[in-house]
Design a protein around this ligand. Structure first.
Ligand code: FUC
Length: 828
């Protein structure tokens, strides 16, 4: 894809941020106009009073979306801006997407496939690319914003002792400030137990809370009052084109017969003062305390059902949730929310102790200043970034919700970057890399559910597009579980649109959920049938090359083109290394699954034989692991994707002990790729260097990742960094970089992919002392590790079942008999 950046320079960005913070410009389309008037001494006192080490905090309201703080219950999300005179809560609901189920398979594709294969065999790669466009279908649909809840206060926008924060441990965002002699506190959370967004407004002087609450949406909508409830009823477009695609037609199309409906309902419980509603909003005058509850729902009732003809009633669902939550006092809702969040959040703790204690605690500085001043040198900030990924997963992926999309659940745009959909050539999977190892396994479930749905649709795509059995998935999907190649029937670049490795890569998640959790019933009933069907596709799709090795054809290495003889470039050839790596992973996991289940011996033997015939890894002329079957030259040697290294991470085929020469070639490949990249690419590189056992190099990448991001304009070549709210920057914001960074930090401390538990496999020299509690290794083992002066002090392993386990520390290994539920201590 080409660079679609808006051309904002660093100077513009800094100037704009400064102007916004100073109240000179209306921020974010005029939502918050702010005066920065904090008294530094006061602010520092407040900071010390309320700071926990798992807190993001700021001295001024958010001027831009990437400064606002995210809350979510897996489904219902809000970005909290913390404005003084005008608070904006930007709202999302995770089922609110454009479109509906539709036909995306292409009956011409098998004919085209034969032609593409012929052209590739004749080494006519450019022609093969051109022909392959004939296999494409429509683009996916987009994840959409629900709207805004705006609170307009009447106390002006000059405040002292301003502070807003997000406490990752309680999952409560709060805003505190003083106007005159009155101290105001606002608390916001999205409750999983009660399925509502809750805002509590309080002041230390009675009768001082006066505001009007309004609901608005960038989608078609109507606002009404019913009794004491403010309602926003809306309709989603039938189609939303991707942000990078201009068809020449209107990009957003509304139709009566396609497109879901949605509804948000708001009520207020008020102590003291006066309340009334009219079309202008919900008004509160002179109250002591106010609790706002907001419920939201859509008509979505499944990936294969029309949300118009077979949809649910969003108004009825929202009303029921609001009614139930309104019966519960604030303190009870808050307690239930905190307990539900902490039950997940508290499973893991990480402390990295700085070699020399800093003179001033970095925690006394606001988070944006810590990012600007210290970055990854601030070890507590590294810890905060680690836990932020866990916080974001808890907030965007609970059992029963949609899986976290490209932005989790947080998106303000009707044409968000890359449709804020699921990109399965890295991004969607990366969201779930931390799930198992950081002890949030049940949050993996929405992704497992999603994979099952894509497998159903992908079965049709395999039949129609490839005349093959099993199931196939391509690089983009959405809430409708799109499985075919995108590109609006020929306009997509095959370097991404025609990549077909989705079913193999997604199946890895089905296996890993079992590998970590040991749940045989899940493996038998859910994971294995889908993995087996993914194998069936490849058994039909693989073809022998001229040397008799099995390869995929066509085959793309996402999203990098290679140079062809006449000076041009092409995307498709036969047997790109990534496909080999993916198929090896799928076949190996399926062999192990069928062995564990004691089933399908004949099928197991077939895939074992096919695996033995896969094209081997090859080392190219620069000592690198070849990215394609031929030693082509890359169009962009430092490209952000490095899919051919899948077998190092997240795969498990390429290990130092198992394949030393290929392991060394993979390292060489990464050296040639360099350290600069986009956000998610840096997160992947962190994991890669951790698997290389090179903690110092992993930290170099992490340091690049934790620098301030200075733009939200799309950049494909140089980027990374984090925004003031610690959201990772591609740029623009993509949540995969956050999740991948969390997984990477875990991978530096614990690995278990090579049949043993490896403690501290990639500890950087500047992290000499620390402790981590509650990480998880494959085999259902919880691991606590304490280290000092760069060496293991002791670790404690607690297995859910009795098992023998080899444990590695550096070059030393030891065998342990773990007893179910009882910690085994390993000393350094
Ligand atoms: C892939 C990547 C891009 C971006 C997009 C969502 O296409 O190559 O960098 O992350 O997904």
């Amino acid at each position: 894809m080409s660079d679609r950046g808006a051309g904002v320079t660093r100077r513009d960005f800094v100037r704009r941020s400064a102007a916004l913070a100073g109240g000179l410009l209306a921020a974010d389309g005029g939502i918050d106009a702010v005066h920065a008037t904090e008294a530094p001494d006061d602010a520092a006192v407040v900071a010390r009073q309320v700071a926990s080490h798992l807190t993001l905090w700021y001295r001024r309201p958010a001027a831009q979306w990437v400064e606002a703080l995210p809350v979510g219950n897996g489904r219902l999300g809000a970005m909290v801006f913390g404005g003084i005179e005008r608070e904006r809560l930007q709202l999302n609901e995770d089922t609110l997407w454009s479109g509906g189920p539709r036909e995306w398979n292409n009956p011409n594709a098998p004919k085209v496939l034969a032609e593409v294969r012929r052209l590739i065999a004749e080494e006519k790669y450019v022609e093969a690319d051109r022909a392959a466009r004939g296999m494409q279908g429509p683009y996916t649909q987009s994840y959409l914003p629900l709207g805004d809840l705006v609170l307009a206060f009447e106390h002006g926008d000059l405040a002292r002792s301003y502070r807003r924060q997000l406490d990752l441990q309680s999952a409560i965002a709060d805003v505190r400030y003083r106007v005159g002699n009155v101290n105001y506190v606002r608390e916001v959370f999205s409750s999983h137990p009660d399925q509502v967004l809750v805002v509590r407004l309080s002041a230390d002087t009675p009768g001082m809370i006066t505001f009007t609450a309004t609901l608005d949406s960038p989608l078609r909508h109507d606002v009404q009052i019913e009794g004491d409830v403010l309602k926003l009823a809306g309709k989603a477009p039938a189609n939303a084109d991707p942000s990078y695609y201009d068809s020449g037609k209107p990009p957003l199309v509304y139709r009566d017969d396609v497109g879901m409906t949605f509804e948000a309902q708001l009520s207020a419980s008020v102590t003291g003062g006066r309340t009334w509603q009219d079309r202008a909003g919900l008004h509160v005058r002179g109250a002591d305390e106010v609790v706002l509850r907001l419920a939201a729902a859509t008509s979505f009732d499944g990936y294969d059902k029309s949300p118009v003809r077979e949809g649910r009633s969003p108004g009825t669902i929202a009303a029921a949730r609001l009614r139930a939550a309104s019966a519960k006092p604030y303190a009870a809702m808050r307690d239930a929310h905190v307990a539900s969040h902490r039950a997940l959040m508290d499973r893991v703790s990480l402390e990295l102790v700085p070699p020399t204690p800093p003179e001033k605690s970095p925690q006394d500085l606001p988070t944006d200043e810590r990012i600007n001043t210290f970055g990854a040198k601030d070890l507590a900030l590294v810890g905060l970034l680690f836990q932020y990924g866990r916080y974001l997963l808890i907030s965007s992926s609970r059992p029963g919700t949609q899986p976290a999309n490209l932005q989790g659940i947080w998106n303000a745009e009707t044409r968000p970057p890359w449709s804020s959909n699921y990109t399965t050539n890295i991004n969607a999977q990366m969201n779930y890399w931390p799930a198992e190892v950081t002890n949030l396994a049940e949050l993996h479930e929405p992704f497992v559910d999603f994979i099952e749905r894509v497998a159903v649709n992908g079965h049709r795509t395999a039949q129609v597009n490839y005349a093959a059995r099993g199931w196939v998935a391509h690089h983009n999907s959405d809430i409708w579980a799109q499985s075919a190649p995108v590109g609006d029937y020929g306009k997509g670049d095959p370097v991404w649109a025609n990549w077909h490795g989705g079913s193999a890569w997604l199946s890895q998640h089905l296996w890993e959920h079992y590998a970590f959790g040991d749940d045989v019933k899940y493996l038998r009933e859910r994971a294995y049938p889908v993995m087996k069907a993914a194998c069936e596709f490849y058994l039909d799709f693989l073809v022998p090359n001229e040397k008799g090795f099995l390869v995929t054809s066509p085959s793309a290495s996402p999203e990098l083109r290679f140079k062809v003889a006449d000076g041009g470039t092409a995307a498709l050839s036969a047997g790109a290394t990534m496909d080999r790596a993916l198929v090896w992973d799928l076949f190996t996991n399926t062999i192990e699954a069928s062995t564990a289940l004691g089933t399908d011996a004949a099928f197991r033997e077939r895939i074992r034989q096919a695996r033995a015939r896969l094209i081997p890894y090859q080392i190219g002329k620069r000592g690198q692991l070849q990215e394609w079957a031929k030693d082509f030259e890359e169009q962009e040697p430092q490209h952000r994707h490095f899919s051919h290294l899948f077998g190092v991470y997240p795969g498990r085929e390429i290990t130092r002990a198992g394949m030393p020469a290929i392991f060394a070639a993979a390292r060489r490949s990464m050296e040639l790729r360099g350290d600069e990249a986009t956000g998610w690419s840096m997160a992947w590189k962190t994991n890669f260097w951790a698997r290389m056992g090179d903690g110092d190099h992993a930290l170099v990448i992490l340091t690049n990742l934790l620098k301030p991001a200075w733009s939200t304009a799309t950049n494909y070549t140089r980027g990374g960094g984090v925004y003031p709210n610690l959201f990772d920057a591609h740029p623009p914001f993509q949540i995969d970089g956050n999740f991948g960074a969390t997984a990477g930090i875990a991978e530096m401390l614990l690995q278990s992919h090579a049949g043993e538990i490896h403690l501290l496999p990639a500890l950087p020299s500047t992290w000499p002392t620390g402790r981590v509690r509650g990480l998880r290794a494959r085999g259902g083992v919880e691991v606590d590790i304490d280290w000092k002066d760069g060496a293991l002090q002791h670790a404690s392993l607690t297995s859910s079942q009795a098992r023998r386990m080899r444990v590695r520390v550096g070059d030393r290994t030891s065998e342990h008999q773990l007893r179910a539920g009882q910690p085994t201590v390993v000393s350094g």
